[in-house]
Design a protein around this ligand. Structure first.
Ligand SMILES: NC(=O)c1ccc[n+]([C@@H]2O[C@H](COP(=O)([O-])OP(=O)(O)OC[C@H]3O[C@@H](n4cnc5c(N)ncnc54)[C@H](O)[C@@H]3O)[C@@H](O)[C@H]2O)c1
Length: 380
């Protein structure tokens, strides 16, 4: 095999940026050849546009000549469909978050291990070239030990998406939560990569829209303490009045890194490391980092993650970004919700006890009354 044949399961917004990312790849090791979606109209129109074979039946899709599946469906269906993909002997690349509970994550890990197929979560913050560059700097000790991190993601989601109760995004029932599950999981994955494991969290969730009762929080602040002593703040909103943007600030004992995705050159570094391009002042690295502010940011990261996963299949190697690491990010989402529910600081040990005693779905149950509704009476 010199090229991995992928089937796309779920032909919505994520399918659009994954296929676009690969279309622009001049040296690709994969192709999208088949598609399946429960919505037949959507399936046929997507497959026609992308020149892929449409399968209206899931079993036929899984028995087709595809080597791997890119799973792009609502979060509550990740575990069940992952098991089917694994049972069919297909490699699995699944969009974030891995699932909505730790027990579902375990089912996915177990099924793929049992089937002996490769499995990775398509977490674009692990594959953004700017983040990969930051990681190489951290590994070279450019800024010493990080003691403080601040990170923000603001997304302007169409108000229709929030105001339509039938839309699964940001519902606890099908999405597993609001902005903390949907966007926070990116940040938790990235910070764990840079800082190690989380010890404890405190979280506040609020709604800034007069959204239907079944929608989760659209705004949140999470304070995290890491096992190595570092502390971090994660600010999230999906109602920002600017195009999607991410910023991160890492303060270390020997320097600082700023990242702002809205800039053409997203990084600013202050470091006295011998390889630093300037000493005693901030500089933006001259190395070419493939980067583009939103919306290119989606297609660039999708290309890197899809290509890397195909490489793992072709070279028979385990992905460096492991399912266990992706599960840890879901654990931090659940830890955050537990904190908001209890209105106090909570520890990972406490989360593990809940997982053992009654399962982590119990945290998501009856969560909605714990969200502060800031503009209840506004008529948007
Ligand atoms: N990395 C990112 O920044 C990013 C951005 C957007 C979405 N995502 C992720 O991508 C995934 C999909 O999100 P989306 O925005 O594309 O959703 P979407 O609603 O736009 O598309 C989901 C598609 O799945 C189909 N579907 C639902 N149940 C199905 C089933 N049982 N079998 C087959 N098809 C089914 C729906 O008909 C729909 O076409 C989610 O995990 C989401 O978090 C990631």
């Amino acid at each position: 095999m010199d090229i991995v044949k992928f089937g796309i399961l779920g032909c919505g917004s994520a399918a659009a940026f994954h296929t676009l990312g690969i279309k622009r790849d001049t040296n690709t090791n994969l192709e999208f050849i088949a598609a399946h979606d429960v919505n037949e109209k959507k399936l046929r129109s997507f497959a026609k546009r992308k020149k892929m074979t449409p399968y209206t039946n899931l079993d036929d899709f899984l028995q087709s000549e595809i080597d791997a599946v890119l799973l792009l469906v609502p979060h509550y269906q990740h575990a069940e469909l992952a098991e089917k993909v694994a049972e069919a002997g297909k490699h699995l690349l699944c969009e974030k978050p891995m699932a909505t509970t730790l027990e579902e994550c375990d089912r996915m890990i177990e099924a793929t291990k049992k089937a002996g197929v490769k499995f990775m979560i398509a977490e674009n913050h692990r594959f953004l070239p700017a983040h990969q560059y930051i990681k190489t700097l951290l590994d070279k000790d450019f800024i010493g030990d990080i003691f403080l991190a601040r990170t923000y993601e603001g997304a302007y989601c169409e108000h229709d998406e929030f105001l339509d109760p039938d839309q699964w995004h940001f519902t606890f029932e099908k999405g597993g939560g609001g902005v903390v599950m949907d966007q926070g999981v990116h940040k938790f994955t990235m910070l764990n990569w840079f800082l190690g494991d989380v010890d404890s969290a405190q979280c506040w969730c609020s709604k800034t829209l007069n959204s239907p009762p079944n929608k989760g929080e659209d705004t949140a602040i999470i304070l995290l303490r890491y096992k190595n002593g570092a502390i971090a703040s994660v600010c999230l909103t999906s109602t920002s009045v600017h195009p999607l943007n991410n910023t991160t600030e890492l303060q270390g004992t020997k320097g600082t890194i700023y990242e702002d995705h809205s800039r053409e050159n997203p990084l600013k570094i202050f470091s006295s490391h011998p390889e630093a391009e300037k000493k005693g002042e901030f500089y933006s690295p001259s190395v070419p980092i493939e980067h583009g502010p939103y919306p290119q940011y989606y297609t660039i990261s999708a290309r890197y993650e899809d290509r890397y996963f195909a490489e793992c299949v072709l070279d028979d190697k385990e992905p460096e970004f492991t399912p266990e690491q992706a599960k840890e990010a879901v654990a931090i989402v659940l830890l955050s919700y537990l904190s908001a529910k209890k209105r106090t600081i909570v520890t990972m040990d406490e989360l593990k006890k809940i997982a053992k005693k009654k399962g982590t779905h119990s945290i998501l149950e009856d969560f909605l009354p714990n969200i502060q509704n800031n503009y209840k009476n506004l008529n948007w």
